[in-house]
Design a binder for this molecule. Structure first.
Ligand code: ATP
Length: 216
């Protein structure tokens, strides 16, 4: 079984998230992808961060019934900032032995992984799928140089620029994802301006934003 873990602020979840997850899931034949809203994102500062439980609820209700997608509240149940290394540790301990676990990250986040808590150690623990958006074509080159210059010079491109292997550390995969011009920032701006959210977010997200009066 190959399973993915995909963390994010999901403030709120939008169709861009769901489309890229579907793409990565299919490309790598992942059995399941766990969506993990961060309780306290360590790398972002927010003026309008919705309560973690509301962000989790939006994720959970939006993916209910989508085969192979699971909402995880593991980061909500921990105190303090949501560090990815702790989440990886949780999944490694709780998934059946032999599960091939892969961390799914956007290329911007990936290129800062050396600044994360135990960021370099993560490369010993888990394979990584780096999502590259079409406007970031040069990214696979920067992934190669980041791996070589910052993580370990023994990382080598395997299959074209798409797979990087290492004699000891875990492989890193680059995955081109379709461009979907939606961000959570855009959604929050739309809510403030009372613009319609249809087609930008799943229905449960719109409902919860309305009921809870988020982002006004
Ligand atoms: P914000 O606008 O608040 O910064 P976001 O939607 O960019 O939010 P997160 O909720 O933290 O960010 O999303 C997690 C990851 O999902 C991002 O790091 C990014 O890689 C990916 N992502 C988000 N939106 C898109 C999109 N439209 N297309 C491709 N990837 C996306």
């Amino acid at each position: 079984m190959i399973e993915g873990i995909f963390g994010g602020t999901f403030n709120p979840l939008h169709r861009g998230h769901l489309d890229v997850i579907a793409h990565v899931k299919e490309t790598f034949s992942l059995t399941r992808v766990h969506l993990i809203p961060s309780a306290i994102p360590p790398h972002k500062s927010f003026t309008d961060l919705a309560p973690a439980r509301d962000r989790f609820e939006m994720v959970k209700r939006s993916i209910a019934g989508i085969q192979g997608l699971i909402a995880s509240d593991v980061e909500l149940n921990r105190k303090g900032p949501s560090f990815t290394v702790d989440t990886i540790d949780h999944f490694r301990k709780n998934l059946p032995p032999g599960t091939d676990l892969r961390l799914i990250v956007g290329s911007d986040a990936f290129l800062e992984m050396d600044t994360w808590k135990q960021g370099r150690e993560i490369f010993q623990l888990i394979s990584i799928i780096v999502m590259i958006r079409p406007d970031q074509k040069k990214r696979s080159k920067s992934i190669a140089s980041f791996l070589k210059d910052v993580i370990s010079e023994d990382y080598r491109p395997g299959n074209g620029q798409e797979r990087f292997t290492h004699p000891v550390l875990k492989p890193v995969y680059a995955c081109k994802v379709p461009e979907i011009d939606i961000s959570s920032t855009l959604i929050r701006q739309y809510v403030k301006k009372h613009l319609p959210l249809e087609r930008l977010v799943p229905d449960p997200v719109e409902e919860i934003i309305k009921i809870k009066g988020l982002y006004l």
